[in-house]
Design a protein around this ligand. Structure first.
Ligand code: NAD
Length: 270
């Protein structure tokens, strides 16, 4: 029998009903943790909660909430402590990737809404969880993205939110070190989730796009949500000398030269 690596510890995962957040919830419960997870999808959340509780060995509790609402965030953190008495790890994950556009098609309002969802949400969950994390000398894990390091075409607002998450991680790591609270980020490249599926379905040839997406990694495949969950468990339970780092979960996507010429080719007609 394998040993349980987060037994009786309490993890709070945002956006845990599907995708990367679900991968984290699954792995932490498999390792004996008590996991509170929130999402704005009630049916998905309830289903996952009952599946995990019938399997164990840890426990899961789902709380419905919209992470763009400060009052919901406060309530979720309060309920976590009411139910389990402590928080050992906060995984900030809930977020989205808008469909591809250049800056010409994004409005300031689109950007403000995305900042609320992708960035301010992480800030507020951290703010309200930290008084509890300081007591347990716990840790925060922020799901960022590889694109904060290498950029991404037609994703100027998304990339900006992810860059801010990675920078915020480092600043918070400095301030919280005096409490022995560690703050790290994870930078995935392509992970197979409903969000990635939606993004790929929005392009003219989704099958070809999925293959190109897999080929963007040196290992020639898209990552799994369990692989992200395991990396987060490593940061939460084993990486006790890591703070302010970004763990790349990319199968080498950022390495080597590629075909990157974006200039329009000159033809005899122009
Ligand atoms: N999938 C990838 O390839 C990939 C790569 C890099 C980074 N990421 C990041 O990982 C995180 C999760 O992405 P995913 O692909 O799993 O997405 P997903 O859409 O598959 O899952 C997102 C989760 O967040 C929840 N959520 C979304 N908006 C919410 C809101 N307003 N209130 C409460 N919950 C809300 C959803 O209910 C769901 O549980 C995001 O921060 C994303 O930027 C994903």
């Amino acid at each position: 029998m394998t040993s349980l690596r987060y037994k009786d510890k309490v993890a709070l995962v945002t956006g845990g009903s599907r995708g990367i957040g679900k991968g984290c919830v699954d792995v932490f419960v498999e390792n004996g943790a008590k996991v509170i997870f929130c999402s704005n999808d009630d049916t998905e959340g309830q289903d996952l909660e009952s599946k995990l509780n019938s399997k164990g060995p840890g426990e899961a509790l789902f709380i419905y909430g919209d992470v763009t609402q400060e009052s919901h965030i406060k309530k979720i953190v309060e309920k976590t402590v009411e139910k389990f008495g402590r928080i050992d790890c906060l995984i900030n994950n809930a977020g989205t990737h808008p469909l591809s556009h250049t800056i010409d098609e994004f409005s300031a309002e689109d950007f403000r809404k995305l900042l609320d969802l992708n960035l301010i949400n992480y800030f507020l969950f951290s703010k309200y969880s930290l008084p509890h994390l300081r007591k347990t000398e716990g840790s925060i894990i922020n799901i960022s993205s590889l694109v904060n390091q290498i950029g991404q075409a037609q994703a100027v607002t998304y990339v900006a939110t992810k860059g801010a998450i990675t920078s915020m991680t480092k600043a918070l790591a400095i301030d919280e070190a005096k409490y022995n609270v560690r703050v790290n980020s994870v930078a995935p490249s392509s992970i197979w989730t409903p969000l990635l599926d939606d993004v790929l379905k929005s392009v003219p040839n989704p099958l070809e796009a999925k293959q190109m997406c897999a080929n963007s990694q040196l290992l020639g495949r898209i990552g799994t949500i369990e692989e992200v969950g395991k990396a987060c468990l490593f940061l939460a339970s084993d990486a006790t000398f890591c703070t302010g780092i970004e763990l790349n979960l990319t199968a080498g996507a950022e390495l080597n030269y590629g075909i990157k010429n974006m200039r329009k080719q000159k033809t005899s007609a122009n």
